[in-house]
Design a protein around this ligand. Structure first.
Ligand SMILES: Nc1ncnc2c1ncn2[C@@H]1O[C@H](COP(=O)(O)OP(=O)(O)OP(=O)(O)O)[C@@H](O)[C@H]1O
Length: 208
């Protein structure tokens, strides 16, 4: 469950962004569209608690995340929110599985090796489980950031262009995995994209 009210973020006096209110009940998905520079990534970062709003409120699972201390916000994010960044940040000298375990360690989530393997299999990454991240292609790294976002079973998944660097087959796999996960877990999936291939998967859209 995710709700925002009168949200705005001011980078500078000249860059003041305001956002339409969002209300998503359990397992509702949302596609965020809009031209370059309008504030899509900023909105996603606000929803993920990576930026504090200048004004307005953000409620996730009935918690006002804009009111949380930094420590509580970090703990809340680790437990409830999965973020797929446009460019994932990994420890390149570590393997795929160790990058996932590092994320789980920091988010204090307990997930079995079998569950991790299931996610990697669905993402077509199972055979790379012991490969170092520096040996992965761009598309494989994108799929790893999705695995990392989903491995702690978040209630809200926020994804910035999750299919941009993927071919048709992998783009379909990824959006179906995200949608199926959201449906089964009753989670909210919020996606920014310019990718026309995935628009049909979303009933709710906001245009910034
Ligand atoms: N750190 C910053 N300081 C000042 N202005 C910023 C900063 N980060 C972003 N902006 C400005 O805020 C506006 C919104 O940026 P944002 O990245 O959210 O847009 P976007 O819609 O995601 O763009 P794109 O589709 O190109 O990724 C832009 O005008 C951008 O230049």
């Amino acid at each position: 469950m995710l709700q925002t009210k009168t949200l705005s973020y001011h980078y500078t006096p000249n860059v003041q962004l305001t956002f339409p209110d969002i209300t998503l009940s359990f397992h509702e998905n949302l596609l965020i569209l809009g031209p370059s520079g309008v504030g899509k990534t900023t909105l996603l970062h606000l929803l993920g608690g990576l930026l504090k709003p200048t004004a307005g409120t953000i409620n996730i699972q009935n918690v006002a995340i804009d009111k949380l201390s930094q420590k509580k916000l970090d703990a809340f994010r680790g437990k409830h929110i999965g973020i797929v960044f446009q460019k994932g940040t990994f420890i390149k000298s570590l393997s795929v599985i160790d990058n996932i375990k590092a994320k789980l360690f920091f988010s204090k989530a307990s997930v079995s090796d079998a569950e991790i393997k299931d996610i990697l299999t669905t993402l077509g990454l199972a055979e790379k489980i012991n490969s170092k991240v520096r040996e992965l292609s761009e598309g494989q790294k994108q799929r790893l950031s999705i695995a990392i976002a989903l491995c702690n079973k978040p209630d809200v998944i926020l994804a910035d262009e999750p299919t941009a660097s993927l071919d048709d087959e992998n783009a379909k796999n990824v959006i179906e995995l995200l949608s199926t996960y959201a449906k089964e877990k009753q989670a909210n999936l919020v996606v920014i994209t310019h990718d026309h291939r995935i628009k049909e998967y979303f009933a709710n859209t906001i245009m910034l």
